[in-house]
Ligand binder design. Sequence first.
Ligand code: HEM
Length: 125
Amino acid sequence: MIRFVLIGLILAVILSSGCSGQEAAAENNEEPGESTYTAEQVTFYTLEDVQAHSDQGDCWLVIEGKVYDVTPFISSHPGGKAILEGCGIDATELFETRPMGSGTPHSDRARDRLKEYYIGEIKEE
Ligand code: HEM
């Protein structure tokens, strides 16, 4: 009889810890806000969010689904003001084709510099 009570107690402990674990996970899993939310430290943005940062003094751009705030880089961009054409939009094609310049993709060195300006990911809608 005592054996059954003990097994019952052990089961109750296991089940209740399982439930509270799930509740904690649900609490951490924030609902998407109006425009951004975080999940596992990644910030997600919509294209609309990016569009709100579309000039020389505040320039975000999207390249291959990743969002970059390149504002501090604009004045030192080797291609000069051409970068401004990418502000506030999905600039993947511009970055890869540079139609106003050489017509070629950016170098690996340029790609490497992107990391410094990464701020998040585009949220799939
Ligand atoms: C998406 C908008 C951008 C446009 C339209 C653009 C355009 C250009 C142009 C026209 C040049 C001059 C060389 C040529 O004529 O091919 C250039 C050079 C360069 N750009 Fe951009 N750029 C953009 C964004 C960026 C970003 C975000 C970075 C890095 C964070 C970057 C880094 C560089 C570097 C390092 C060069 C020197 C050449 C090379 O390494 O490829 N550019 N860019």
